[in-house]
Design a protein around this ligand. Sequence first.
Ligand SMILES: Cc1cc2nc3c(=O)[nH]c(=O)nc-3n(C[C@H](O)[C@H](O)[C@H](O)COP(=O)(O)OP(=O)(O)OC[C@H]3O[C@@H](n4cnc5c(N)ncnc54)[C@H](O)[C@@H]3O)c2cc1C
Length: 464
Amino acid sequence: MSPPRRTVSIAGAGPAGSLLALLLRRRGFEVRLYERRADPRGQPFDSGRSINLAMAKRGIHALRHAGVIEHLRDTLIPMRGRMIHDRAGATSFQPYGSRPEEVIYSISRHRLNALLIDVAIRQYGARVEFECEVRGCDAGQHRLELGAPGAARAPCSQCAARWVDYEVLIAADGAGSAVRASLTAAGAVQARLEPLAHAYKELTIPAGPDGGHRMEREALHIWPRGDFMLIALPNPDGTFTATLFLDAARLDALRTPEVIDEFLSREFPDAAALMPERVAEFCSHPLGHLATVYAHPWHTGRTLLLGDAAHGVVPFHGQGMNCCFEDCVEFDALLDESTQWEALFAEFTRRRKPNTDAIAAMALENYLEMRERVADPRFQLQKRLSLELERRHPQRFIPRYTMVSFRHDIGYAEAMRRGQVQQRILEQLTAAAKDLDEIDYAQAAREIEAGLAPLDSTTINSSE
Ligand SMILES: Cc1cc2nc3c(=O)[nH]c(=O)nc-3n(C[C@H](O)[C@H](O)[C@H](O)COP(=O)(O)OP(=O)(O)OC[C@H]3O[C@@H](n4cnc5c(N)ncnc54)[C@H](O)[C@@H]3O)c2cc1C
C-alpha cells in the first residue's frame, strides 16, 4: 500500500486558498501555495476593484474556526440593515434581522487576504510562491505547469522548472480558474460560465472634513432603480466604496464626462453630491464583469476545484466569499474522517454542490430584490411580516435572509427550500393586507405548522 500523500499543492492564494493553506498546515500537511500576484502584505490594494466585502456568519464562523477572527475585529464595520435612498434623496432603513447580533460586516478584501496569508506563512509555515502563475495541469500525470504571470513561456523567478509534480492539487484560483480549464479540456470536468448581462464600476465617497462617514456608517446603502442600482459599503477610514451595477451595454455607452455626470447626478443625486471625483473615477476604474460558474464534477483523481473555481456566484447576496470559507471549514472537517483523497473529494462535492447550487440561485434572485423589490411597499410589508412571524414562531419561521446570513448551521439548500415555502405563506397573508395589523395570524399559524417543520428536527448543514 502506498504511503499517505501529505503534500498538498494549492493554486491561488485568494481568500479560499490562503484559508485552506492555514487549515492544512495546522493539521501538519506540507502546503505549496502558488499565487499569480505579488505578496499582498505591505502593498497598497488595487483601487477600483471590489475593495470591501460583506462578511456574514458563515465567514465569521470560518475565521473563528481558523483562530484569526481576533486579528480582524477592529476592521469589521457592522451593517445592521439596508439604507434605501430614493431619487429625491429620502432614506428609509430596513433592518437585516430582529436580534442585535444579526448584522453583517464590511471588511477590506485586501486586509483580510493579507492577514490570512500572513498567518498561514508566519504562524503555520506555509510555503507560498508569489508572482507564480499556474498555467494549467495534467491531472492524469499529476503535473502542474507554472510560469511568470503573463509572460510567454518563461519560468517564474522562483520555479526552476515549468512543470512540477504534485501529490494532491486543490485549485482555488478563482472563477477564471486555469486548472478548471485544463480539467475541462481533458474531458474530466464539465464547466460552464454563465455571464450576467450586468457589469459593475466602483466609485468612492470620501470621508467628511472631520474624517468621519458622510452617511449612516452602520448600514449597507442601496439606491434601487429598477433595472440597475448603486450600493455603498463603509470602510474604516471614513470612506464608502460605492458600486454601480448596470447593464454592460448601458455602462459602456456612458463615455463622455458630461454623459457620465448627467447620469449619476440624475439617478443618485444625494450620492453624486458626495462624490467629487465621480467622473474621473468612472473613467479610470475598470469595468468589472460578473458570472456564475457551474462545474461538475469538481474533482478527478487527486485534483479538486474549490471556492470560486468550482462555484463562483454573482455578488448580490454578499455570500461568495462566505461560501468559499464554508468550503474550507467543511473540507477541514472531512479530514477528520479520511485522507483517502479521491473518496474525500467525492464526499466534499456530494455535500457542498447542492448548497453551492442553492446560493448561486439565491444570489441571482437577490439582484432583483436589491435593485427593485426593496422599494416596493408590498415587499416591505412582507419583510416586516417575516420578522413578526419569526418572533411568533421562532423554531419554524426564520426569514430566508436570516438563514443565509446568520445561521451557518442551516445549509444554503435547506435555506432555499424553506424560503420557498415561507414566500408562498407571505404572499397569501399579504394578498389583501396593507399593514401588519390586517394580517390573519391564526391562518399564519396553521400554514406555518403545516408547511414548516421545527428547525431542530430538519436536515441542517451537514458539517454541524
Ligand atoms: C464586485 C464583487 C463584490 C463581491 N462582494 C462580496 C461580498 O460582499 N461578500 C462575499 O462573501 N463575497 C463577495 N464577492 C465574492 C468573493 O469576492 C469571491 O467569492 C471570493 O473572492 C472567492 O474566493 P476564491 O479564493 O475562491 O477566489 P478569488 O478571490 O478569485 O482568488 C483567487 C486567487 O487565485 C489567484 N490566481 C488566479 N489565477 C491564478 C493562476 N492561474 N495561478 C496562480 N494564482 C492564480 C488570484 O490572484 C487570487 O489571489 C464579491 C465579488 C465581486 C466580484
